[in-house]
Design a protein around this ligand. Structure first.
Ligand code: 13P
Length: 253
């Protein structure tokens, strides 16, 4: 069955105290207000992960994600964090290939394929981000651009491995800009992604793949986005830093 997910990507925001306060608020609201079939994921900075885990481990509705990982097992990679470190503190998901990592840290599709492998081999679940810049969108060729990202980073996986992957479509022109993709734009791209996944892994796997939308999602526009047949939830940036807004988005299905 396709899993509904709302994930909060905090990016480089919140001190540890602020992050724990936000987690406690979200955990309380989720316990009281959120129905059981939606999976809520928090993706705080690395240094928060362990303590956020302690706060959410007694609930079955909240899950933990890292925002990145290194593709190597261990060794002389100063400042980096491995997937075995993440699984040792019971992180469940890892965001791979966020557009900010692609842009500011030059992460290529090929390197992201290695990060996907490192994640899966440690039993972690990847949230793989794809999406086009405004320039690519305006060129008209954005579907083939997105399919190429998916092909080069994911299509080496076996069917069994691929079935663990969550895809997040995040048009770069909509991230942090307040300019959300319309629900038609999101639905069109999500349907194309699902069709492309079906061409490689078949209809059943494609139908079961969770595809999230990300980019200026907020309580006001989430209901319309989540009502689209191929939009299975959201990857939320700015609005995930306010507990009320984030939980209202979770309740938008
Ligand atoms: P915003 O919701 O702030 O636009 O960010 C989206 C995003 O990049 C989530 O990963």
């Amino acid at each position: 069955m396709r899993q509904k997910i709302v994930a909060g990507n905090w990016k480089m925001n919140n001190t540890l105290d602020e992050g724990l306060k936000l987690t406690t608020e979200i955990a309380n609201m989720v316990a009281d207000e959120v129905r059981g079939d939606v999976r809520v994921i928090l993706a705080p900075p690395f240094i928060h992960l362990s303590q956020v885990k302690s706060l959410i481990k007694d609930t079955d509705k909240l899950f933990l994600s890292a925002q990145n990982c290194n593709e190597n097992e261990s060794g002389a990679y100063t400042g980096e964090v491995s997937t075995s470190m993440l699984s040792s503190i019971e992180v469940e998901y890892v965001i791979i290939g966020h557009s900010e990592r692609r842009e500011y840290f030059n992460e290529s599709n090929e390197q992201l394929a290695k990060k996907i492998d490192a994640t899966l081999s440690e039993g972690l679940l990847p949230i793989f981000c794809c999406g086009e810049s405004l320039e690519v969108r305006e060129s008209g060729d954005f579907i083939s651009f997105i399919c190429n990202q998916i092909n080069e980073s994911l299509f080496h996986l076996s069917t069994e491995q691929f079935s663990k992957v969550v895809i997040a479509y995040e048009p770069i022109w909509a991230i942090g800009t307040g300019k959300t993709a319309s629900s038609e734009q999101a639905q069109d791209v999500h349907a194309e992604i699902r069709k492309y996944v079906a061409s490689k892994y078949g209809d059943k796997i494609a139908d079961e793949t969770t595809i999230l939308y990300g980019g200026s999602a907020k309580p006001a526009n989430a209901p319309e986005l989540f009502a689209c047949p191929d939009v299975d939830g959201g990857l939320i940036g700015g609005a995930s830093l306010k507990s009320r807004d984030f939980v209202d988005i979770v309740k938008s299905f």
